[in-house]
Design a protein around this ligand. Structure first.
Ligand SMILES: [Zn+2]
Ligand SMILES: [Zn+2]
Length: 402
């Protein structure tokens, strides 16, 4: 197949060639196959691509593909631009010869990289990030434990609290660990269960200036069903009232989309369920009669870059650990994840589900795995067998340098 007229026209008269010196996002891609190198710069205003420029060192198909890609993506909302595919680029060029098809593939991919780069601004690569476990199901003589989770995340001069456990033991444990909760700039709630939100009022007494980040669905009623008994497991009424009154004062940010909670530290917002082995659990509901399953639109993970690579913090991972990793990889543009730490909710998971979760860790070449809180001993044993010393068990008081 020869080049189409459209390819020849774009190659002879390529649109939007050049560079953007103060770009908001940059993507680079090289193809080992034909030696092409593509670099794309984007300028974003109000979530829309207001400018796209590129440089290509490659064949006519690569140049034509970049040119037509800029026409397809210019002016679009970044979410829509992210949906642009290699197939769409090739189609807009009236088709490409089979042996040149990968060039159009690169044009969409390099745009995706630039968008990920825009979204995912890295913290200072030299500053270590430290996670301290303030609340977990596993404690010690020194530190009280409870069914719940809370991580203190410190990076350079910033401190973020991820979840608050279920009571005020978070305050006592923080004091014993020499952590000043008043320094919390942001408090992220991973979802609306009592064991992640119950300590919020106690923390806000100490850190009244902190901004709280949560998905609005976290405020919905939530119920758990176990052994034919139903109990309310959502956010307590007094905590809900506190959140609503703070929202009126602008101290709450509803995470309806991926959000930066402090420089370089992000929260995912709702996690798409794309795997076929991590469906909604049959134990959680949003009504007392247990007719409507809780699909956890409020479930969100935290993620950030560290000097060693990407780190993911999980609350309970009710959306599924693999779904969470897939989404974080998509949002960050990374193919590898350095560490995954937190509750993985695999207590009653099938052997197949645990096995496929292990496969997901392998897919992203995860180097450090810290199961905590609701992961369950069965899954932890299997992780230890699969990853030996790369897997460590979390407990209150542990500090993890990343
Ligand atoms: Zn939960
Ligand atoms: Zn939990």
């Amino acid at each position: 197949m020869e080049y189409t007229e459209k390819v020849i026209e774009h190659f002879s008269n390529p649109r939007n060639v050049g560079e953007i010196p103060d770009a908001d996002g940059v993507g680079v891609i090289g193809s080992a196959e034909c030696g092409d190198v593509l670099k794309v710069w984007i300028k974003v205003a109000d979530e829309h691509l207001v400018d796209i420029k590129y440089r290509v060192f490659g064949c006519p198909a690569a140049i034509a593909a970049c040119s037509v890609m800029t026409e397809l993506a210019m002016g679009k909302h970044i979410d829509d631009a992210y949906k642009l595919t290699d197939a769409r680029v090739a189609e807009a060029l009236g088709g490409l010869p089979d042996n040149k098809y990968h060039c159009s593939n690169l044009a969409a991919s390099v745009l995706h990289k630039a968008i990920a780069n825009y979204f995912f601004k890295r913290p200072d690569r030299n500053s270590t990030i430290t996670i301290t476990i303030l609340v977990d199901d596993s404690g010690s003589e020194r530190f009280a434990s409870e069914h719940g989770l809370s991580f203190w995340v410190e990076c350079a001069d910033r401190a973020v609290l991820f979840d608050t456990g279920q009571s005020d033991i978070i305050v006592r444990n923080a004091r014993l660990l020499g952590i000043n909760l008043a320094e919390a700039e942001s408090i992220v709630l991973s979802h609306g269960h009592y064991d992640h939100t119950g300590g919020l009022c106690a923390v806000l007494d100490i850190a009244p200036q902190a901004t709280v980040y949560l998905h609005p669905a976290a405020l919905k009623p939530k119920f758990g069903r176990k052994n034919n008994k139903t109990r309310a497991i959502g956010i307590s009424d007094s905590t809900k009232e506190m959140i609503i009154s703070r929202a009126k004062n602008g101290k709450v940010i509803w995470t309806q989309m991926p959000t930066e909670v402090a420089t370089g530290l992000f929260v995912t917002s709702r996690i798409p369920r794309i795997t076929d082995f991590e469906g909604a659990s049959s134990s959680f509901f949003v009504d007392k009669d247990c007719h409507n399953t809780d699909t956890f639109p409020d479930d969100q993970a935290m993620f950030f870059d560290s000097p060693n690579g990407l780190v993911v913090l999980l609350g309970c991972a009710h959306s599924g650990v693999a779904n969470t990793l897939h989404y974080v990889a998509r949002l960050s543009g990374e193919k590898r994840i350095y560490a995954v730490i937190g509750g993985m909710h695999l207590l009653n998971a099938s052997a197949e589900r645990i096995e496929r979760t292990i496969e997901a860790f392998r897919q992203y070449d995860v180097q450090r795995i810290g199961p905590a809180h609701c992961t369950g001993n069965n899954a932890i044993e299997k992780f230890e067998r699969a990853f030996s010393e790369q897997c460590f068990t979390c407990s209150v008081g542990m500090r993890i340098d990343l």
